[in-house]
Design a protein around this ligand. Structure first.
Ligand code: 5GP
Length: 113
């Protein structure tokens, strides 16, 4: 099944894209939980969650983390909260692995959503 993030990669639905290379895309979350709320996503939808990605392609996971860090420096002060929701009861709604990058003024309410 094609994920909503694959449809963003394919430009089938619009998004405010802030970074893209051959393996990774990053864009603004449609419902931001912090002044800066970006999603950093591998272009492949092969991996559903961060544990699968870590096992299947650790270099790609490292690239997501490096991208998140660089974007937090570009869009805020370089400090950030990185969240990978894994499973519906943890708040995951899109089953195409993605990192939430929260930066700017973080309130405790943005830990879980
Ligand atoms: P999850 O709940 O799976 O950890 O995160 C999914 C995130 O994707 C949510 O924060 C939600 O706001 C965001 N999201 C869902 N659909 C879209 C969309 O069409 N465009 C963008 N930019 N973000 C989306």
């Amino acid at each position: 099944m094609t994920s909503i993030f694959t449809r963003i990669v394919a430009r089938e639905i619009p998004a405010e894209i802030v970074f893209e290379n051959d393996r990774v895309i990053a864009f603004k979350d449609i419902a931001p939980q912090a002044p800066v709320h970006l999603l950093v996503v591998p272009k492949t939808e092969e991996y559903e969650n961060v544990a699968q990605l870590a096992e299947g392609d650790p270099a790609l996971l490292a690239e997501l983390v490096a991208t998140a860090s660089a974007l937090a420096a570009e869009h805020a002060n370089g400090e950030y909260r990185l969240i990978f929701n894994s499973g519906p009861s943890a708040g995951q709604t899109v089953f195409h692995v993605h990192a939430h990058v929260l930066s700017g003024h973080i309130t405790e309410g943005s830990l879980g959503f």
